[in-house]
Design a protein around this ligand. Structure first.
Ligand code: CIR
Length: 255
C-alpha cells in the first residue's frame, strides 16, 4: 500500500523541456489543469500528496519520479543523466527528509547516473534499465545500496525507449503491461504479460495505486485490456506531458 506521493507543479519553462516527440510544445495552462487532475486522482486512491513549488530553472522538474527511488525503508536520491536535469534532485531530497530517517537516505555519486523512470519494482526486486540516462555505474551503485537494505536489483539493457517504464508497468499479482521491445523480452517471460498495441504504446506507462490503475486518457484498447484483467481504472489526461515524453509514472514519487 502507498500512503503518500510527492509531486511538483510544472514551471512556465515546461515548454522548454526535453523531448524526442514531434507533438509540439505543451500548453502550460492545460498542463497545470492536467497536473491538478492527476493530483486529485492520486488522492482518490488514498494518497496524501506533498506538492512542491515550481522551479523555472528546471523545465523538466515536474517529472519528479526521475529524482529518487523509494521503498518502505529506503530513499535513494538519484543523479539524473540529462545534464539539464542535474540538480532537480536537491529539492526532492529535502522534501524526503520529512519522511525518511537520515540512515534511510542514500545518494548516488558521480560518475553514476540514474533516473527513476528506469527503475521498476516487483516485490522486493528492482529492475533497472540501462538507457541514455542511466549508466552501468549508476545501476551498480543502486544495486549495492538496495542489497545493503534488504532488497535486490538487476539490469535490463534498453534498445528503443527513453526509460524502462516507458514500455513497462507492473500491475501486481504477476501482471505486467508491456509495449514494444518488452512484449517478447526473455527477461520478463515468467510474467503474465498484457501486450500493448503499437498505436497505444504510450499507454504502457500506467501506475498501479492501491488496487486502481491510473491510465492515460485516450487509449481505449489498453483501458479495456486492464479492465479485462479485473482491475478498476481511472483515466487521467496527460496529453501535455506526453509532448515531453512524460507520462503518469513520471509525475510522482509514490511511497
Ligand atoms: C525528460 O526527457 O527527461 C523529460 N522530458 C521526460 C521525463 C519522463 N520521465 C519518466 O519517464 N520517468
Amino acid at each position: 500500500m502507498f500512503t503518500r506521493a510527492i509531486v511538483r507543479t510544472p514551471a512556465p519553462s515546461l515548454t522548454e523541456g526535453l523531448t524526442t516527440a514531434s507533438l509540439g510544445k505543451p500548453d502550460y495552462t492545460l498542463a497545470l489543469q492536467q497536473h491538478a487532475a492527476y493530483i486529485a486522482a492520486l488522492q482518490t486512491c488514498g494518497l496524501a500528496v506533498t506538492l512542491l513549488e515550481p522551479d523555472p530553472a528546471f523545465p523538466d522538474s515536474c517529472f519528479v519520479e526521475d529524482t529518487a527511488v523509494l521503498a518502505e525503508r529506503l530513499a535513494v536520491i538519484t543523479r539524473p543523466g540529462a545534464p539539464s536535469r542535474q540538480g532537480e534532485q536537491q529539492r526532492v531530497a529535502q522534501a524526503l527528509r520529512a519522511f525518511y530517517r537520515p540512515e534511510q537516505i542514500e545518494t548516488l555519486l558521480p560518475p553514476g547516473t540514474l533516473e527513476g523512470g528506469d527503475v521498476m519494482r516487483v516485490e522486493d526486486h528492482f529492475y533497472i534499465g540501462l538507457s541514455a540516462r542511466t549508466n552501468a555505474e549508476g545501476a551498480r551503485q543502486l544495486i549495492a545500496i538496495l542489497e545493503q537494505h534488504g532488497y535486490t536489483g538487476s539490469t535490463v539493457a534498453l534498445r528503443q525507449v527513453l526509460h524502462l517504464k516507458t514500455g513497462l508497468a507492473y500491475l501486481e499479482h504477476n501482471r505486467l503491461l508491456a509495449a514494444g521491445e518488452f512484449i517478447e523480452h526473455p527477461l520478463f517471460a515468467l510474467f503474465h504479460r498484457i501486450p500493448i498495441a503499437p498505436a497505444e504504446a504510450y499507454a504502457a506507462n500506467c501506475i498501479y495505486v492501491n488496487g486502481t490503475v491510473l491510465v492515460p486518457a485516450g487509449y481505449p484498447r489498453t483501458r479495456a485490456q486492464i479492465e479485462a484483467a479485473g482491475l478498476p481504472v481511472l483515466a487521467v489526461d496527460t496529453s501535455e506531458f506526453r509532448k515531453l515524453d512524460g507520462g503518469l509514472s513520471c509525475l510522482s514519487l509514490r511511497f
